[in-house]
Design a protein. Sequence first.
Length: 146
Amino acid sequence: MAEEDKEFWAETPTDSDLACHLTLVRKKGICIYGKPINEVFPEVPEADFRSSICSGIDYAVSVLRSNPIYGILTLCRVLSYLETNEIFSKREAGLWALPKLPNHLTYIVIHAVEVYEGTRNEMIDINEDHLEEYSTLMKSHIDSAL
């Protein structure tokens, strides 16, 4: 290994999503060529998977306004896993989370799911107070599930 290679790897940050991605590949992936997925990708310890998905909570909250579909459905997905130990798609997690929300906030998730699945072209304007309430409520549910 060349000296500059060592410097590159020493300065490269870790990817906190890697444990999540590996787990998703092993649980939901489809092999289209080559060895079976479980022979190629290692099993991720549960604690590492949970740490990986939880590391994205603050980012999901921070992008609720700029990338609402990602932020809204990621919070649903994290909570659904923490409470069920099942890996849901973003669509499935959004639908799963609806009963956790007060009625006046369900439109946020419903519209995000519809845009995500392609049955709606764009996200509607979300009341700022509702978005803040959604964020606070989801973080509270997540904290309670940890």
